[in-house]
Design a protein around this ligand. Sequence first.
Ligand code: DGP
Length: 114
Amino acid sequence: MTDSIFTKIIKREIPANIIYEDEYVVAFEDVNPVAPIHILVVPKKQIPTMNDANEEDTILLGKILLTAGKLAKQKGVSEDGYRLVINCNKGAGQTVFHIHCHLLGGRIFNWPPG
Ligand code: DGP
């Protein structure tokens, strides 16, 4: 598998505003923000889509969500509310084929999404 753009960010081969890192995940600001807070939480393991995740990724998937929740608190949006989004495949708008969770906050979000 060739390195995704996110793996290149994780390896510091291309720049990003990295705000969190541990042994499982990296979080950085989205280059194209659609909300005042728009952070991507990305597993270090390069899994292309949610369709490719399996039982062995259970802890990793939990780490992604827990990290997003902690960052929401840290960024001060946890009480007002925030949205976590994982797009799977082109029909859902996925453009980078390395699983990632969008943390969106700082504005009102409609439901259902467009
Ligand atoms: P998705 O559509 O769910 O695959 O979201 C991909 C997001 O990744 C999109 O909001 C823009 C962001 N993105 C793409 N390339 C880069 C990059 O090189 N750096 C950063 N920081 N974000 C990127």
